[in-house]
Design a binder for this molecule. Structure first.
Ligand SMILES: [Zn+2]
Length: 188
């Protein structure tokens, strides 16, 4: 987009302290840092929000966020970090080009998200209804199936079967955990 400030940074039309670049993403220091090393990670291609980003870019994004967080922490001797993305005006998004903040954090015990988002009492009261509305969400397929060879296919089928069982056990455990949580909530 021609009037997008982040697209202009991608196209080197305006300067930025770019500390990371590959074919798909760039990372640069926030001009108004909230902490030392406050970095923004963006896809080079213009998408307004994270929920509009196509799958192949999403997958790379996970790796890039992980790698850059790790490098920032090591190089800056940070003791922790936050990853944050504001999407949509209701979430406080200002620049309409999807971006992820990595905020290295230092010292003993700092403010967490609770400082910016106090507990929403109504949402707390409606926890049960919200759970009923949401659970279960659609599963994400993380499987990578080898394309060639029947033997491979059989092997993979078996592996998938095992993983499926493990997943079922895990989701059962998670569900049990949620139920336990629910039991301790008052009037829900
Ligand atoms: Zn843009």
């Amino acid at each position: 987009m021609t009037d997008c400030i982040f697209c202009k940074i991608v196209n080197k039309e305006i300067p930025a302290a770019i500390i990371y670049e590959d074919d798909i993403f760039i990372g640069f220091l926030d001009i108004n840092p909230r902490s030392k090393g406050h970095t923004l990670i963006i896809p080079k291609e213009h998408f307004e929000r994270y929920d509009e980003v196509p799958e192949q870019i999403q997958e790379g994004l996970g790796k890039v966020l992980h790698s850059i967080s790790k490098q920032l922490i090591e190089k800056l001797n940070a003791t922790g970090f936050n990853i944050l993305s504001n999407n949509g005006e209701s979430a406080g998004q200002v620049v309409k080009h999807v971006h992820f903040h990595i905020l290295p954090r230092y010292g003993e015990k700092g403010h967490s998200l609770e400082a910016a988002f106090p507990i929403d009492e109504q949402a707390k009261e409606e926890l049960q209804q919200t759970y009923n509305l949401l659970a279960p969400l659609q599963p994400v397929n993380h499987m990578k199936v080898a394309p060639e060879g029947i033997a491979h296919k059989e092997e993979n089928k078996e592996k998938q079967e095992n993983i499926k069982n493990e997943k079922e056990i895990k989701s059962f455990e998670e569900e049990t955990y949620l139920m336990d949580q629910r039991d301790i909530l008052p009037d829900s």
